[in-house]
Design a protein around this ligand. Structure first.
Ligand SMILES: Nc1ncnc2c1ncn2[C@@H]1O[C@H](COP(=O)(O)OP(=O)(O)OP(=O)(O)O)[C@@H](O)[C@H]1O
Length: 251
């Protein structure tokens, strides 16, 4: 059984003459521990797919199974609990609570579950994310990269098995973007997570194990990334050299 199994996923917006098929019978599966980038032109259906994987939307057809559980078939209340406990989200907008400090923001999902966060795990997260010195700071006192690191901490607070990120580096400069992606990648390895990242940026996509490309709601390519070369691209990128498309091998 695959960790994540998507079958014939179809999302149609609007009715009659205003109908738009944002996802058209999309099928793929993801293994536990995989880091998958989803790319494609604007309007190709990337965010729609991520919302469905994250149980934040309903489909007209198809299924999403996470560790064998049919997530789209759940009732709303059940979905909300499943989402909070099993899935971590990172968005382009950091969505931090302005009156809560760094460590309080990170703990939100655990508190929403009526629990206390394990102090040792919180300290570990603050360390990994380079936020130890900032733990009592408010979001307004942080840089964009630091805010996104807090959002990553919040996404990891409940020990999710799946991390979904929608343009997580979209508001960051290139260097901060690469740092945030390295942190996400490290978190995947440290906590045995599965990571799915929607991105426009070929440099970011090249850091993934695999790149799925959408066009008009269908998968037009699903390819593994050759890592020796992709780290070369990231290295060249950080050294300010021109960007090359990641080398990919069709799955
Ligand atoms: N709530 C909605 N109502 C109607 N149409 C929508 C809605 N949300 C998205 N769409 C349409 O569905 C298609 C896919 O949108 P989606 O946001 O998934 O694309 P995307 O690939 O994430 O785009 P971008 O890269 O610009 O964020 C687009 O044509 C969009 O206009």
């Amino acid at each position: 059984m695959a960790f994540l199994e998507v079958k014939n996923l179809t999302r149609i917006y609007g009715k009659k003459e205003n109908q738009l098929t944002a996802l058209d019978h999309v099928s793929f599966s993801v293994e536990r521990g995989e880091f998958v980038a989803v790319t494609g032109a604007s309007g190709s259906g990337k965010s729609t797919l991520l919302h469905l994987l994250g149980t934040m939307d309903d489909a007209q057809d198809g299924s999403v199974k996470l560790e064998g559980e049919d997530v789209l078939g759940m009732k709303e209340k059940q979905k909300a609990v499943f989402r909070r406990r099993r899935i971590g989200f990172v968005f382009q907008e950091y969505n931090l609570v302005p009156v809560l400090n760094v460590e309080e923001n990170i703990q939100i999902p655990v508190r929403l579950d009526g629990k206390q966060m394990d102090r040792e795990y919180l300290a570990k997260l603050l360390k990994i994310l380079g936020l130890e010195e900032r733990k009592y700071h408010l979001p307004e006192e942080l840089s964009g990269g630091q805010k996104q690191r807090v959002a990553i901490g919040r996404a990891l607070a409940n020990h999710p098995s799946l991390l979904l990120a929608d343009e997580p580096t979209g508001n960051l400069d290139h260097q901060n973007g690469l740092e945030v992606m390295s942190l996400l990648k490290n978190a995947v390895e440290q906590f045995s997570l599965t990571l799915i990242v929607v991105t426009h940026d070929p440099g970011i996509a090249s850091m993934a194990d695999r790149v799925i490309t959408l066009s008009d709601g269908v998968i037009i390519s699903d390819a593994k990334v050759k890592h020796a070369l992709s780290s070369e691209i990231v290295r060249n990128e950080t050294e300010g050299m021109s960007q090359t498309a990641p080398d990919q091998e069709e799955v």
